[in-house]
Design a protein. Structure first.
Lengths: 119, 148
């Protein structure tokens, strides 16, 4: 019933010249998404990746288990001195992420352009 | 819709994660027919999905021999949703999740479902079944809730 989670990685440079690693997700983000979400993040080289940008543009459904995976990623990123940002969440999931306090640890932006401009 | 005689819709789900989306879609369809704003429909979808996930995981303990009942009752100004499982129900509600404690490893990253339910609907109550089964959560979302 759940739409398989897919993730792929892009390397971009912000207008300020910072290298930014974009994790682009597609499908549902739920308890079955651990390999796609955490696996994709954990495969990034921690020594060189310092800014991670999460793209939720093609994600329709995120449940509390999926949010927990994002929080686990934020914990690992914090322990590795990485900064995490996100864009492309719907208005509803922007509200949900704000409710649970994620915005304290990951800046949210409406679009990739706005995110990159702030980095 | 003027010829609809019943204001109640029932769905039975297998206790398998992912099937909460069936209840979510059904609740959204009923809410749209009632005239709920799109943002409230989204609130309802998440609350119903989380209630069903709790019923599947904790109430029925992923036992696919058991089903989760979802009863949607459309009133004049509100929609009531009951999500029924075969568990013993909740004795106490978990504390509000604390993101700082989660980030410091002092609290499980999970455990946000009930908080989201309470935050997104107008009423939420958990009722333990009399015989240690048929427990349910009852959600109410009101049609005229003002935008926050």
């Amino acid at each position: 019933m759940q739409s398989e989670t897919k993730a792929h990685v892009d390397q971009l440079t912000s207008p300020a010249g910072h290298p930014v690693t974009v994790l682009r997700f597609e499908g549902d983000i739920a308890s079955t998404s651990k390999d796609a979400v955490l696996g994709a993040y954990q495969a990034l080289p921690k020594a060189t990746v310092k800014i991670v940008l999460l793209d939720f543009t093609k994600v329709d459904y995120i449940n509390s288990s999926g949010i927990a995976l994002v929080i686990q990623m934020l914990i690992e990123a914090s322990n590795s001195a990485q900064k995490v940002y996100a864009f492309g969440l719907s208005a509803h999931f922007t509200k949900v992420f704000t409710m649970v306090g994620i915005t304290k640890y990951a800046g949210l932006f409406p679009t990739q352009t706005e995110a990159l401009a702030a980095l | 819709m003027s010829q609809v005689k019943s204001t109640s819709v029932e769905v039975r789900l297998p206790s398998r994660l992912g099937y909460e989306k069936v209840a979510m879609s059904t609740a959204a369809a009923v809410a749209k027919l009632m005239g709920f704003r799109e943002d409230r429909v989204e609130d309802l979808k998440t609350a119903v999905a989380e209630a069903c996930i709790n019923a599947i995981e904790h109430g029925n303990r992923l036992n696919e021999g058991l089903s989760v009942g979802v009863v949607l009752s459309a009133g004049k100004d509100s929609l009531e949703v009951k999500v029924i499982d075969d568990g013993k129900g909740m004795k106490t509600l978990p504390p509000k999740p604390d993101m700082d404690r989660k980030m410091h490893g002092e609290e499980d990253a999970r455990g946000m479902g009930m908080f989201l339910i309470q935050a997104l609907v107008d009423e939420a109550e958990w009722v333990a079944g009399a015989n240690g089964k048929s427990s349910y959560v009852r959600l109410v979302i009101r049609l005229d809730k003002e935008a926050e």
